[in-house]
Design a protein. Structure first.
Length: 281
């Protein structure tokens, strides 16, 4: 069976592999295609597409947009909308992503100041020198603090220092799900809800979310996912059918930042059939 991977990150967001290295890993894994879906950026897409053409593998231009879903008046949840086959050269898309990067950068400066004020060995200048890319996430903060010896592990950095309810965290200004889907469609892409079960919503809350997103133009949902357990995939497939959403699948590969996941196979036993490419048309 030909297989694919529709959720992959490079060093242009919070992965550790270059676009070219991703292509080489995908070829080695004997994938027919993969999608580069970096967080809030398409900076690495052209390199991946061009290198993929030389290597004989299809690279699907993608993005993963961070959005904020309102569950109730006092409860909100960050969700991610994947966009596939978008025009990654479209000026309007690049302008929006640039503004998102600028806002994220402002947040990162404030978080660095909070951490430095509490005695942690970090400055914004050192962080950006260590990671000279536009999209710096909490994963980069965690790795930096681990390398500096401030924490015993990257996981500990997230739990003890960088958690959203911690004293150093600075909230970002997120896109609304409606705006995120509009951006993807404006760029000619196919909008898909990423890893729906990671948001820890109740079944009724998932249904409410999908009902809202479907109204905005959501076309698919990520049913095959590396962190699925037990009957998770069957549940997502069932609810996808209920809302007439197409199925996609991906590992959420991040290289060394998620070392237990391999491109194409996740923890080793995933199979994402290439027939799912038809759902992105």
């Amino acid at each position: 069976m030909d297989t694919i991977d529709l959720h992959v990150h490079s060093c242009f967001s919070d992965g550790t592999s270059t676009p070219e290295q991703l292509v080489e890993l995908a070829v080695k894994a004997d994938l027919k295609a993969f999608a580069l879906t970096d967080h809030d950026t398409v900076e690495g897409v052209a390199r991946a597409v061009q290198y993929g053409e030389k290597a004989g593998i299809q690279v699907i231009p993608g993005v993963e947009l961070s959005c904020e879903h309102t569950i109730s008046a006092n409860r909100k949840k960050e969700i991610h909308i994947l966009g596939y086959h978008l025009d990654y050269t479209k000026p309007e898309l690049l302008e929006i992503l640039s503004s998102i990067a600028a806002e994220r950068d402002e947040r990162n400066q404030k978080m660095c100041a909070n951490l430095a004020g509490a005695g942690f060995p970090i400055t914004y200048e050192e962080l950006t020198s260590r990671f000279p890319i536009k999209i710096i996430t909490r994963a980069h903060f965690a790795k930096f603090l681990y390398e500096k010896g401030a924490v015993g592990s990257i996981d500990a950095a997230f739990r003890k220092i960088l958690s959203q309810d911690g004293p150093y965290f600075v909230m970002r200004r997120y896109l609304t799900p409606k705006k995120g889907i509009e951006i993807i469609k404006m760029a000619g892409g196919v909008p898909v809800l990423a890893h729906p079960l990671l948001y820890k919503l109740s079944v009724s809350e998932i249904r409410n979310l999908l009902s809202e997103l479907k109204e905005y133009g959501l076309q698919g949902i990520e049913a095959i996912y590396s962190r699925n357990q037990g009957n998770d995939e069957a549940f997502v497939r069932k609810i996808a059918a209920e809302f007439e959403l197409k199925i996609t699948g991906g590992t959420d590969f991040h290289g060394d930042n998620k070392p237990d996941l391999s491109i194409g196979t996740g923890t080793g036993d995933m199979q994402i059939p290439a027939t799912l490419l038809e759902n992105l048309l």
